[in-house]
Design a protein around this ligand. Structure first.
Ligand code: P6P
Length: 335
């Protein structure tokens, strides 16, 4: 990999990508273009998300949806927009998205990359103005270029990702991604329509005092998880859980904390999707010096068997994860 350049905070995403081209594992330029295509779709979704509340009164305001699209659910719009951006960008041959059961082919069979994406995670929060996010994961295809991508291209395993990231549509809109050479974050400036480098080479704190879990499921958790959570409470940690993975993850990444989605009777394998939630967040976490496990192994080593498989996940500060692992190791045969 090329020498990491200490680039000044405040440069645009485009210039950052150009300057760091050499540092990318694949300096050929296609991955750079792919990241630009994702950023473009993020700008469009940002606009849609920010006016979501106005949908029902658009007519009254005399403004209409410029594309003339009949107003659909925002996650459907996000899905359409990301597929269109990746199709038009030309660098992606196929997509797995949370919104569709099967592979979406872009028509660019010669393209080098496949993308797994959750176009708008936490979309149940849109109507109540809670932050939501896009999560994406990129692989170099393993099947011959010029042919149709297959399951094999998407089920390579978490450590084969060449890039992963998220866009958080929150108090500001921020794009965070890694290509395996550290994690960088870019904050969107609406008036200029540009992402600017705001957090360079993000390193997550070694320890934390925030735990994020749906406490409503507490009684369903395995004993070792319950004991871990009780210990967090005893140490007067802050319980912060907004029901939107990207928002909870981003806060914990910057401040130090742990997010837990353990198995429950309703989700015996865990709720989050491996390909486009767990793997990308785990890649980012590890690149920022944090950890992501499911208590059996690192998330990035969990074997993928299907596009939409679910997995449990514990992700965050290394010291907090190691402590949870200790409880796991000491677990008895609890009835
Ligand atoms: P629960 C949103 O549906 C999501 O996939 C994540 O963004 C979020 O962290 C989790 O599920 C919330 O799940 O069961 O606590 O409502």
């Amino acid at each position: 990999k090329g020498e990491k350049m200490a680039l000044p905070v405040g440069i645009t995403l485009d210039r950052f990508i150009k300057r760091n081209q050499g540092a990318f594992q694949f300096a050929s330029g296609e991955l750079s273009q792919l990241l630009r295509d994702i950023a473009l779709a993020g700008k469009i979704i940002n606009r849609e998300v920010n006016k979501a509340g106005l949908v029902d009164i658009t007519g009254a305001l005399g403004t209409s949806n410029v594309q003339g699209e009949n107003q659909q659910k925002l996650d459907v719009i996000a899905d359409i927009r990301f597929i269109r951006a990746l199709k038009n960008g030309g660098e992606v041959c196929a997509i797995i998205t949370e919104e569709e059961d099967e592979i979406i082919y872009t028509g660019n069979d010669d393209a080098k990359y496949v993308v797994a994406i959750d176009p708008l995670d936490g979309s149940s929060n849109i109507d109540v103005n809670v932050s939501i996010g896009t999560i994406f994961s990129v692989y170099s295809r393993v099947t011959p270029r010029g042919t149709k991508a297959t399951m094999e291209d998407f089920l390579q395993g978490g450590r084969k990702q060449v890039a992963a990231g998220y866009i958080l549509y929150g108090s500001s809109t921020i794009l965070v991604y890694t290509t395996g050479a550290g994690v960088n974050a870019f904050t969107y400036e609406n008036s200029l329509g540009e992402f600017f480098l705001s957090h360079r080479n993000v390193k997550s704190p070694e320890d934390g005092a925030i735990y994020s879990v749906n406490e409503g499921n507490f009684d369903d958790f395995y004993d070792y998880t319950q004991r871990y959570i009780l210990n967090c409470r005893k140490r007067r940690m802050s319980s912060r859980y907004i029901g939107s993975l990207v928002g909870d993850f981003h806060r914990n990444l910057l401040k130090g904390g742990i997010y837990l989605y353990p198995p429950t009777p309703h989700y015996p394998q865990g709720k989050l999707r491996l390909l486009y939630e767990c793997y990308p967040m785990a890649f980012i976490a590890e690149q920022a010096g944090a950890k992501a496990i499911d208590c059996e192994s690192d998330i990035l080593d969990v074997k993928p068997v299907s596009f939409h498989q679910r997995n449990s996940i514990y992700i965050g500060a290394p010291k907090m994860i190691e402590e949870l692992e200790q409880y796991f190791k000491e677990r008895g045969d609890y009835v």
